[in-house]
Design a protein around this ligand. Structure first.
Ligand SMILES: NC(=O)c1ccc[n+]([C@@H]2O[C@H](COP(=O)([O-])OP(=O)(O)OC[C@H]3O[C@@H](n4cnc5c(N)ncnc54)[C@H](OP(=O)(O)O)[C@@H]3O)[C@@H](O)[C@H]2O)c1
Length: 396
């Protein structure tokens, strides 16, 4: 197996945790070159002591100074960098061949794009970067000679079910449809009338997966599945009409690919992010991910149902945004980031998230995206519109 030297962007998060667990199991194959975070410098200091990276970067300059002080005199080989420039340096470090893109939200876009431009092997968890960047991101991957391997569990499942060398052309490979599975989150069967009163803790208590807070809320609203649909469109070159969302509460079947001859290939496994991360880290080889065997007989049955678009209006909004194209996905993503942060901060109700996103899409009709700047301008406008509509302070 080819040894890999890895930069982990978002090392202190849930995906970062899972990735570093897999890395630590295989010291002969994987070496850590860089680690990044936003503010959690104490956690990053622990990770630096354990993995001894060449670079550690924090986007918050005060946190970076605190990390530098904490590591001073410990004899580590680690240079501490700060700000977005520091994250970009970590993403493009010459010593690293592989970048795990696991920053949450739009903040991950520039460092991940920089990794694409410098031809890295990118293990992509940060779906928001692709939702905003779309065509520009895929062009950067191609122009930079980068390799994009999805580690979002659904997209990793689809990647594993597609033929080797698949070139974003479903017709040429006999692919009829992609079936994206969704757990339905914690509110799949909660009476409608109770949704306005759900708490942050309830929304973050996913039945099957342990994840960061933003993606947990996105799973509860099913915006996550909407963003994943847009992600699948860009990653695999599949039209919106050929992507179907199937609710599968057990989260054992991670997604499926249907071929024109009627064959349907699926990837199954425990709901544990170490599996897709290990698959992508070792690809085309395989390594132990520390995940127990899937006992199908003990599982007994697996169930599937259609998504309820009245209960999950965010999913319908994502269908609409992908259909509208241009700047619409960037607007939807930005409005959602603002609304979810406000919900997590106790400023709005759970049921305000979807109307806030709908309002942003209605007020900012889709415009064509010629360059990444067009998408970033739409992102910025949508944040202003959404904060105003939710009556949030502009700097929040
Ligand atoms: N968790 C999962 O199982 C899962 C599954 C599939 C896909 N994903 C995707 O993976 C990404 C990460 O999710 P997660 O659950 O791991 O999130 P998380 O636990 O919240 O971790 C987010 C990471 O990003 C860093 N970060 C946050 N804001 C930042 C900013 N403004 N600038 C730079 N770094 C920033 C955080 O640093 P601090 O700790 O210092 O704040 C942390 O390291 C998301 O795009 C998510 O959709 C996650």
């Amino acid at each position: 197996m080819t040894p890999r030297t890895i930069s982990v962007l978002g090392a202190t998060g849930s995906i970062g945790d899972s990735a570093l667990d897999v890395v630590a199991r295989h010291p002969d194959h994987f070496t850590v070159a860089a680690l990044t975070a936003h503010r959690k410098w104490e956690r990053l200091a622990e990770l630096c002591r354990r993995h001894r990276p060449e670079v550690a970067a924090l986007s918050d300059p005060d946190a970076a100074r605190a990390l530098e002080r904490a590591l001073a005199g410990e004899g580590l080989p680690t240079r501490v960098l700060a700000g977005e420039a520091g994250l970009v340096d970590a993403a493009t470090l010459p010593a690293a061949d592989t970048v795990i893109a696991a920053i949450v939200g739009a903040a991950g876009l520039r460092p991940t794009l920089a990794a694409a431009h410098t031809g890295k092997r990118i293990l992509l968890a940060n779906k928001e970067a692709l939702v905003i960047g779309g065509a520009a991101f895929m062009a950067a991957v191609e122009d930079g000679g980068a390799t994009l391997l999805p580690i979002d569990s659904e997209h990793n499942a689809i990647f594993q079910c597609l033929p080797p060398g698949y070139a974003r052309n479903p017709a040429a490979s006999g692919v009829r449809r992609i079936l994206l599975t969704a757990s339905g989150g914690p509110f799949r069967t909660r009476p409608h009338a109770e949704l306005a009163a759900v708490t942050v803790d309830e929304a973050c208590a996913h039945p099957n997966w342990v994840m960061g807070r933003k993606i947990s809320v996105d799973s509860a609203t099913m915006m996550n599945k909407g963003l994943e649909m847009i992600e699948a469109h860009w990653l695999f070159g599949v039209a919106r009409e050929s992507i179907e969302v199937v609710v599968h509460p057990e989260s054992v079947v991670h997604s499926l690919v249907e071929y024109v001859d009627g064959s349907v290939l699926a990837q199954l496994g425990h709901p544990d992010m170490r599996t897709p991360i290990a698959q992508a880290l070792a690809f085309p080889d395989r390594v132990d991910a520390g995940v127990p065997a899937l006992e199908l007989v003990r599982r007994g049955s697996l169930t599937f149902e259609a998504p309820d678009l009245d209960r999950f209006p965010c999913l319908a909004l994502a269908y609409a945004a992908l259909g509208a194209g241009g700047t619409a996905p960037a607007v939807l993503n930005a409005a959602n980031e603002v609304a979810v942060a406000a919900f997590l901060g106790g400023r709005i109700r759970y049921t305000d998230i979807a109307p806030a996103c709908a309002e942003a899409l209605a007020r900012l009709p889709a415009r064509p995206v010629h360059t990444l700047d067009d998408a970033l301008a739409a992102d910025a406008e949508a944040r202003i519109v959404t904060r105003a509509w939710l009556k949030l302070p502009m700097a929040a």
